[in-house]
Design a protein around this ligand. Structure first.
Ligand code: ZN
Length: 255
């Protein structure tokens, strides 16, 4: 806590004045560009690695960057994530949703261990909210990952995006650069696109191409960030060589 208090003191002397000025601009002219879902991991600082600022994004964070499927939204009982989707996409009319996973994700490592029946037993789920959260909301990612595992990580997977008709093909880590749990993390990231699209209150916007869903993946070890390119059917490193191609794809399909 001392570190935080000292940080606040430093902020008062450095960024505070500029931020308050920015708050006023945003209050008068709010134009947020994206709802950004990412993991709560302390290494993930999305506003820094996207160079975004006050007013640019609504950021939602949890263990494993999950968006529970709408089948869990029953009789008013909900989690934070769908409420955040409504606040962002309906009330604030944001047109892009981004799900950003990352390498060395502790939640994904734990999800991988949930394949062990003893580890994921009801007794253990009852004493571990994290295991319960992942069992309830990331099991579909694990099932998808198992399809990949069976094929020796070679065959592509098929995911659904904005509507049931808009399916896309994904080759996961075709160059075999990442660990098994990092591959799971990439699968999990793409699985969330389908979960987002399961909400009825987003349906019309998704069908009319007024709302788009994207996946990013952050490699903690190198600092590289990947965009899932549906054209290239894989996560593509965003860099000086690929930028023009990716920008073209984004402007063509999602503007
Ligand atoms: Zn994580």
């Amino acid at each position: 806590m001392d570190r935080i208090l000292r940080g606040i003191m430093k902020y008062r002397q450095t960024d505070r004045k500029k931020m308050v000025e920015q708050f006023e601009v945003v209050r008068n002219r709010p134009e947020p560009k994206a709802v950004f879902f990412t993991c709560m991991d302390s290494r993930m600082i999305p506003t820094r690695f996207t160079e975004t600022n006050v007013g640019d994004m609504f950021v939602v964070r949890n263990a494993g960057n999950l968006i529970p499927h709408s089948q869990h939204f029953l009789d008013e009982a909900t989690t934070n994530e769908p409420a955040a989707l409504e606040l962002g996409c309906i009330i604030n009319d944001i047109r892009h949703i981004i799900v950003c996973g990352h390498s060395d994700c502790k939640a994904m490592n734990l999800l991988h261990s949930l394949q062990c029946q003893e580890f994921s037993s009801q007794k253990n789920r009852r004493i571990s909210p994290l295991r319960a959260w992942l069992s309830a909301h990331a099991y579909s990612s694990l099932t998808k990952f198992q399809q990949l595992e069976v094929s020796g990580y070679h065959k592509p997977l098929i995911f659904q995006a904005e509507t049931p008709m808009r399916k896309f093909v994904a080759y996961i880590d075709p160059e075999d650069k990442f660990s098994v749990t990092d591959k799971l993390s990439q699968v999990n990231c793409l699985q969330q696109l389908q979960n987002i699209a399961s909400y009825g209150f987003l349906k019309r916007r998704l069908e009319r191409h007024e709302l788009h869903i994207h996946a990013l993946w952050f490699d903690i070890y190198t600092g590289d960030i990947y965009y899932f390119s549906r054209q290239n059917k894989r996560f593509v490193d965003i860099n000086e060589v690929t930028f023009n191609m990716l920008e073209k794809e984004v402007l063509k399909y999602y503007s």
